[in-house]
Design a protein around this ligand. Structure first.
Ligand code: PAD
Ligand code: ZN
Length: 363
């Protein structure tokens, strides 16, 4: 078996032979078919998210169940699944309120640095035992049962992989977190793999204006295909002034999908009184934000975060794939490049150069 191992911050991933154990109680071993390459993986490599090497990452995957541990009942070998990058207990107060992403077990996965619930690891690489967080940058992985969502067999698995992070996050931010309604005005900062999904979900929700801001003309062209009614090249124009002008005072929903703290502060000024700023992009954990305090009460502005698109995994992920199969959501068009695991570092170079909406590693 092969995996891309991150041994140190800011170093390339090392693709090497690894051993993977058997799934233990409550665990599932998945043969990966595809993995998207998300900007959050890049942020982990750069050391700006709280996940440390050595680690095997990749968190936007889909594949086929190969083996299940004792007690697993929701999937069996041969089932097609999307991997979720958070696990949830299904029993706590947050899970009961259909907020599995806020379950304490979800935080535990991150806090444990990618160890399994019992504190152990499943991968052995050249450097010894290696923890993993989802591990879709490996041709096989082991995850807990609640981190796999069974999907219909007729969906291409490379399209399904994207639902594991970018599509769920972008679509969910619009439909679940912000609850954009027909006729609304929407602005989206960042037309990458996640932002484009905010754009197409806003179109699906019936937003009247969908204004997209990016620095990259190629991304702006793509945004039009995904439903943008107006695009703003922030390298040429003052994006906030342009949004205010196009919406006669600000958009009702503004999504920041870049992860730039200074831009989040600017985006606040593009929000119409009574509107919402939804922070989807993840700045470094050391960043803080400053907003003009009076505009919260006097203009009734709301600032909110959206984590993983406020997902209800077993409902949203199959539903999104049904919409794709019905021709109502674009997934194939998100895939700019298909690469092999050995090309993982190239995938990140392409991301940095702004060449891709999503690169997908295929196995
Ligand atoms: P991406 O690299 O595919 O897209 C980022 C886009 O932002 C690109 O099109 C850039 O051209 C554009 N951009 C960069 N800087 C600027 C700027 N100053 N002005 C305008 N446009 C700019 O990234 P992605 O879509 O994979 O991820 C976007 C963010 O979302 C990133 O911070 C990632 O960590 C975060 C994320 N959040 C969650 C969540 O749960 N909230 C989940 C997944 C990803
Ligand atoms: Zn992601």
């Amino acid at each position: 078996m092969k995996a891309a191992v991150l041994y140190a911050f800011n170093e390339p991933f090392k693709v090497e032979d690894v051993d993977l154990g058997e799934p233990r109680d409550g665990e599932v071993r998945v043969k990966l078919a595809a993995s998207g390459v998300c900007h959050s993986d890049r942020s982990i490599q750069k050391g700006i998210l709280p996940v440390a090497p050595p680690i095997i990452i990749g968190h936007e995957g889909a594949g086929v169940v190969e083996a299940v541990g004792r007690g697993v009942t929701s999937v069996k070998p041969g089932d097609h699944v999307v991997l979720t990058w958070l696990t949830s207990c299904g029993l706590c107060r947050d899970c009961a309120r259909a907020r599995p992403h806020l379950c304490k077990r979800a935080a535990q996965l991150i806090n444990s640095g990618g160890r399994m619930a019992d504190g152990t690891t499943r991968f052995k690489a050249s450097g010894g035992d290696v923890p993993h967080w989802v591990g879709s940058f490996a041709d096989h992985t082991i995850v807990m049962e609640d981190a796999v969502v069974k999907i219909r067999d007729d969906v291409p698995l490379e399209a399904a992989a994207l639902v594991g992070c970018g599509v769920m996050t972008g679509v969910g931010a619009v439909l679940n977190t912000a609850k954009v309604e027909p006729g609304a005005t929407v602005a989206v900062f960042g037309a990458g793999g996640v932002g484009l999904n905010c754009v197409q979900a806003a179109a699906l929700a019936g937003a009247e204006k969908i204004i997209v801001v990016d620095l990259n003309p190629k991304k702006l062209e793509l945004a039009k295909d995904f439903g943008a009614t107006h695009v703003i090249d922030a390298s040429q124009d003052d994006a906030v002034a342009a949004i205010q002008q196009l919406t006669d005072g600000g958009a009702e929903y503004v999504f920041e999908v870049i992860g730039n703290a200074r831009l989040i502060e600017q985006a606040f000024n593009a929000v119409r009184p009574g509107g919402k700023l939804v922070i989807v992009g993840v700045p470094a954990v050391t960043e803080t934000l400053t907003f003009p305090a009076a505009f919260f009460p006097l203009a009734e502005k709301t600032v909110m975060g959206s984590y993983y698109g406020s997902p209800r995994f077993r409902y949203d992920m199959p539903m999104i794939l049904d919409l794709y199969m019905a021709g109502k959501l674009k997934l194939d068009e998100l895939i700019s490049r298909r690469l092999k695991l050995e090309q993982i570092n190239e995938a990140f170079d392409l991301m940095e150069k702004g060449e891709v909406a999503r690169s997908v590693i295929t196995y």
